[in-house]
Design a protein around this ligand. Structure first.
Ligand code: ADP
Ligand code: MG
Length: 733
């Protein structure tokens, strides 16, 4: 509605920007900025600008506010440029005094702004700043100490829906002040949400701002019991460059990526007939890994490479090359891929020397143009390769090919190796790990889209280092109605992003705030470390997310009282509860006649010896008692495998294995959907660690994820709940 009115102020804003630039100033004058806000339906105080303050006050209701308008005065009240609570009659003298005071500070007053006082309420700062690779990022925070001292602010990425604005507000610690803490009347949060949407919504003011405006601060917006009014408006005019513009949208995926993950013919460019380099290693890995398709070394002169017949150029291959692995010197890549007669679907360029260095920027641009004209989709350059378990296609020796439903995309090549190795040790079965390097053509967002559409994929993992990649993924995710889980590990989250502090928003923006904002908005789970990333992927892969209870209750079961207490604490820190079991359950547990020394109320903790009753099968009795009369979201069984193996195994057999099997069997007796997690703790000795790996595999075959520490299980459990909450909110929006 307000949008039709916008053109009214557009010409005025242009003129104001012109005059700011020509005078070397920084901000659009407040009266003009406020006129623009009003045009977009954002409430501002009723007021007028002029030099004759008494005349200006005509028709305004007291009490009044007097503000100086000066091109050099950015923070008005710091210099005495704001007086509130005035009667009209006081204006001339106050204006005179203000002129003199400001003159002492070297400011010349151009005009005065006289306006009405906004209704009393809570001051909230609302702002936006153009961020390279992201477009407009939006900030909301409560005024006063909340923002000055505590930096209690929440970020979002425009455009924002009202639901997303509400999610931002929920992140604020000071939110209870708006909602009516300590018996106070609740303030008009709806009006605040509407104001932010008029600023940052799809048809909002930000979308209509000329490129020159780089930061906007509405500080404060006063939220009363009946409305939200922007009493100050600062539009910062920056350079004319559009580096902060939102990147172009990813084109919808039109490429069918199935052949990338299931190639029938693989060509390898760059392997030597005499030495062993990365391309030779790739061939060796394919052969050793049991890749069943055709492997074609491409070599200009040799007859054989790594014992396989070589072809002199891609142009001489008969049939289609689904996947070309290219490890040539950077300058040779484009010529080799564009020879007459080449028929290649996907080329993965391992070589570096492209846009990651200044001298390679043009080379990369040329490569992309050429690949596009040949209809070849390019992965990389500057990456390590694509791993596909089903195809037994891998880029590391001895790759884990156990087929799985976890698809990972990594901007870093080295980390993709860690993800494969540590992930498989942790029990993660991969569909694929794709290292995209510079992502010059095929982007993370495009692959995400493919994986969301592929019913074989249960969860997508992303390692990203640049915000523009994340922004493109956000766009893909926001467009979809479904919510397949996506787990994000972000590199470069601690950069404090230093900006000139013309606005609060500018000063407070930084990568460490933007990654969480992006993740929240996209519904991605943001992992804090590689370990968390893998644990959360494992958890998502283990459970059918469509059913089961979604309360916050956990039943803890295992050996060690102290360990149980620590476990309950770890859960509580993540907002999960370990409530006392129903009396009927406690009675059922009691009637099992377990040896003395057990806690039966939740946590259920037993001395290790008790776990050995019936060789471990007592677990079935205990969990049956629990699941017959309660419906927790999770049961977490924690075992000190060191103690069990060293003290009990020789007398009672494979207690750990029996417990694991018992958990699975009991689970299958009930169809409550309670999710079972396992924590397997070692004693720091390698022999037990080795056994734990075996037990983790056994558990994983039953669909039970095993974690090394409580903290890991707690993080994983929380991630599933968060994803469920996001899904539920999205469904109702
Ligand atoms: P500054 O340039 O110093 O940020 P502001 O325009 O924000 O100046 O004014 C300073 C303070 O005065 C505000 O934070 C707010 O508390 C108060 N104020 C300014 N204008 C109004 C108004 N119209 N109604 C009520 N309070 C106001
Ligand atoms: Mg202000």
């Amino acid at each position: 509605m307000s949008h039709d009115a916008a053109p009214r102020s557009a010409a005025m804003l242009r003129a104001a920007i012109q005059s700011v630039r020509s005078s070397g100033g920084q901000v659009v004058p407040e009266p003009e900025a406020k006129a623009v806000l009003r045009d977009f339906g954002i409430a501002v105080p009723y007021g007028h600008a002029g030099n004759d303050v008494l005349a200006t006050a005509a028709g305004l209701d007291e009490p009044l506010v007097l503000k100086a308008v000066s091109p050099t005065l950015v923070h008005k009240s710091d210099a005495g440029g704001v007086r509130v609570g005035l009667r009209a009659a006081e204006l001339p003298a106050t204006a005179q005094q203000m002129s003199e005071e400001l003159a002492e500070h070297g400011h010349r007053i151009e005009r005065f702004l006289v306006e009405e006082m906004a209704a009393a309420g809570q001051e909230v700062a609302v702002g936006a700043v153009r961020t390279p690779g992201l477009g407009w990022t939006v900030m909301v925070g409560l005024g006063g100490v909340f923002i000055e001292v505590l930096a209690d602010v929440a970020f979002g990425v425009a455009p924002l829906t009202s639901q997303q604005v509400r999610a931002m507000l929920r992140e604020l610690q000071g939110m209870p002040l708006l909602e009516g803490a300590r018996g106070a009347e609740p303030l008009d949060v709806d009006a605040l949400v509407a104001l932010v949407v008029r600023l940052a919504g799809a048809d909002g003011l930000l979308a209509a701002m000329p490129d020159e405006v780089t930061e906007i601060d509405l500080n404060p917006v006063i939220v009363s019991t009946s409305g939200a009014v922007a009493v100050d408006a600062r539009f910062v005019v920056g350079g004319a460059d559009t580096a902060g513009e939102r990147p172009a949208r990813t084109a919808p995926a039109t490429t069918d990526f199935s052949a990338l993950f299931d190639p029938q013919t693989v060509a390898v460019l760059g392997a030597s007939a005499t030495k062993s380099n990365v391309a030779n290693m790739f061939i060796k890995n394919l052969v050793a890994g049991g890749y069943a398709g055709r492997i074609l070394p491409i070599h200009p002169s040799a007859d054989t490479v790594e014992g396989l017949p070589a072809t002199s150029s891609l142009g001489h291959v008969d049939g289609v090359v689904d996947y070309a692995f290219v490890a040539l010197p950077a300058a040779s890549v484009t010529p080799a891929l564009s020879v007459e007669g080449a028929n290649v679907r996907f080329a993965q360029v391992i070589s570096s020397g492209f846009a990651e260095i200044e001298d390679g920027v043009q080379l990369e641009a040329d490569l992309v143009t050429t690949m596009r004209s040949r209809g070849i989709r390019l992965l990389g350059p500057n990456c390590l390769g694509t791993h596909s378990s089903r195809a037994r296609l891998g880029f590391i020796p001895d790759a884990p090919f156990e087929p799985g439903r976890v698809a990972v995309i990594s901007q870093s090549g080295g980390l993709s190796v860690d993800i494969l190795r540590l992930g498989s040790a942790r029990g993660v079965a991969f569909h694929s790990v794709t290292s995209i390097g510079n992502g010059a053509d095929v982007t993370a967002a495009e692959l995400v889209q493919h994986f969301l559409d592929d019913p074989e994929i249960q969860v997508v993992g992303l390692y990203l280092e640049s915000l523009d990649n994340a922004r493109a993924v956000l766009d893909v995710l926001q467009e979809r109605a479904d919510t397949k889980p996506v787990v994000l590990l972000a590199g470069g989250r601690t950069d404090e992003g230093s900006r000139a502090a013309t606005t609060h928003t500018g000063a407070l923006t930084g990568n460490h705030r933007l990654w969480p904002a992006l993740a929240r908005q996209a519904g991605m789970v943001l992992a804090d470390s590689l370990e968390d990333f893998l644990n959360v992927l494992l958890a998502f892969d283990s459970f059918d997310l469509s059913d089961g209870p979604w309360n916050h209750d956990v039943v803890l079961f295992g050996n060690g009282g102290g360990a149980s207490v620590l476990a309950a604490d770890a859960l509580a820190r993540r907002g999960l509860a370990t409530p006392r079991l129903p009396e009927e359950t406690i009675a059922a547990l009691d009637s099992l006649g377990l040896p003395p020394g057990c806690g039966l109320v939740n946590p259920i903790d037993t001395p290790a010896g008790t776990l050995a009753v019936r060789g471990g099968a007592v677990t079935e009795d205990i969990l049956t008692a629990v699941l017959s009369s309660s419906d927790p979201a999770y049961v977490i069984t924690h075992l000190n495998v060191g103690i069990i193996q060293r003290n009990l195994a020789h007398r009672f057999g494979d207690v750990t294995g029996t417990i694991i099997d018992s958990i699975a069997r009991t689970r299958d007796k009930f169809d409550s959907g309670t999710r079972h997690l396992l924590v397997l703790k070692g004693d720091g000795k390698p022999d037990i660690d080795e056994e734990i790996r075996g037990y983790a595999r056994r558990a994983s075959e039953w669909g039970i994820p095993a974690f090394p520490e409580f903290e890991d299980a707690a993080i994983a459990a929380r991630a599933l709940l968060d994803h469920h909450d996001f899904t539920a909110r999205k469904a109702t929006s």
